[in-house]
Design a protein around this ligand. Structure first.
Ligand SMILES: [Zn+2]
Length: 337
């Protein structure tokens, strides 16, 4: 790989609904994804859309009795085919709790009992990976090679690694180095992962292996102080949430203990994000790591806003990157490292 003094921007987004009150496909996916496509076209960049295929399968499951869901599933497929045809990457993103989620009076009744893939049997895990992969591959012009675990819950990787390899998926992008979530259901631990843009591994993305069969394309970490969480709380209390993200759904509120921990705790590591609230941290990322040459900013169409798209554009300008690439394309630079 030739030395690129200007650096690289990797953009990825989780193409999914909200998991509490889902919101609409139109507002959470179709419209904001178009805004991202406009952005990347203007900037001459390519990016990765990690598609929550469980959502699409759930729409399909109910399509026969709900014509609206059939139309939404078709609109999603049409958009994803267009995204792929435009040279962007479609990556696999599995939120397995869709398997236990049912439609109730026109609303998705989410169950988070089995939030992580490792909460399913070995046979179910293989079946879920194969089924979701086949659905996505049918929409993609290119071989699907990249994966992001729902909620960053990539471990235990040995439960999925052999099947991913068999399907041709050799790139993971579920790690934000330095992050950890203590939660019996949704927990993960990437606190020991190296703060590198990418590395090779075999058994676990937490353990780099120079000749490993897989490549981790990490999401850029950023240390966030308490001031950020106090600012968000203040916005909430004063009713000035500010950004009004494009998506019309609602996430499940975090627990009271976690709120207190964030407000009173030490600085913590978060992912570099183009989402409405977190995008205010983008300028800080540049100041915090001026020598960084590869930036991986992630986000969600549902959580984008006018101001966060502007901040992303400002960030791309300020970071002075030479190109914007997909997760899969960036991984190919990491071969042999
Ligand atoms: Zn997700």
């Amino acid at each position: 790989m030739t030395e690129n003094p200007k650096g690289t921007l990797i953009l990825s987004t989780d193409y999914e609904l909200f998991f509490h009150r889902s919101g609409t496909v139109q507002r959470c996916l179709l419209e904001p994804a178009e805004r991202l496509l406009d952005f990347t076209a203007r900037q001459g960049m390519k990016m990765t859309f990690f598609v929550d295929t469980g959502m699409l399968r759930s729409l399909d499951r109910h399509a026969a009795e709900h014509r609206e869901l059939a139309r939404e599933a078709e609109a999603i497929r049409t958009q994803l085919r267009r995204i792929s045809a435009a040279g962007h990457e479609l990556g696999l993103h599995i939120h397995p709790h869709w398997e236990d989620t049912r439609l109730s009076s026109g609303e998705w009744d989410f169950s988070a009992t089995r939030y992580r893939l490792d909460m399913f049997s070995e046979e179910e895990v293989v079946n879920l990976l194969e089924t979701n992969f086949a659905l996505l591959q049918a929409l993609s012009d290119d071989p699907v090679v990249s994966y992001r675990a729902g909620g960053f819950c990539i471990e235990p990787f040995e439960r999925i690694g052999p099947t991913l390899a068999r399907l041709g998926i050799t790139v993971d992008s579920s790690v934000v180095p330095g992050t950890r979530l203590n939660d019996p259901q949704k927990g993960f631990d990437a606190s020991a992962a190296p703060d590198e843009p990418c590395w090779r591994f075999d058994d676990s993305p937490r353990h780099p292996a120079p000749d490993g069969a897989f490549c981790e394309v990490a999401i850029t970490p950023l240390t966030v102080g308490r001031f950020y969480f106090w600012g968000r709380l203040l916005n909430r209390l004063t009713g000035s949430r500010g950004g009004e993200h494009f998506g019309d759904g609602v996430s499940k509120a975090i627990g009271r203990t976690e709120v207190v921990r964030r407000l009173l705790g030490q600085s913590r590591v978060s992912e570099l994000s183009m989402d409405d609230a977190k995008s205010q941290l983008l300028p800080h990322a540049l100041a915090a790591a001026p020598a960084r040459r590869a930036w991986h900013v992630m986000g969600h169409p549902k959580l984008l806003s006018e101001r966060s798209l502007q901040r992303l554009e400002d960030f791309a300008t300020a970071a002075d990157v030479a190109d914007g690439v997909t997760v899969g394309a960036f991984a190919s630079h990491c071969q042999g490292t």
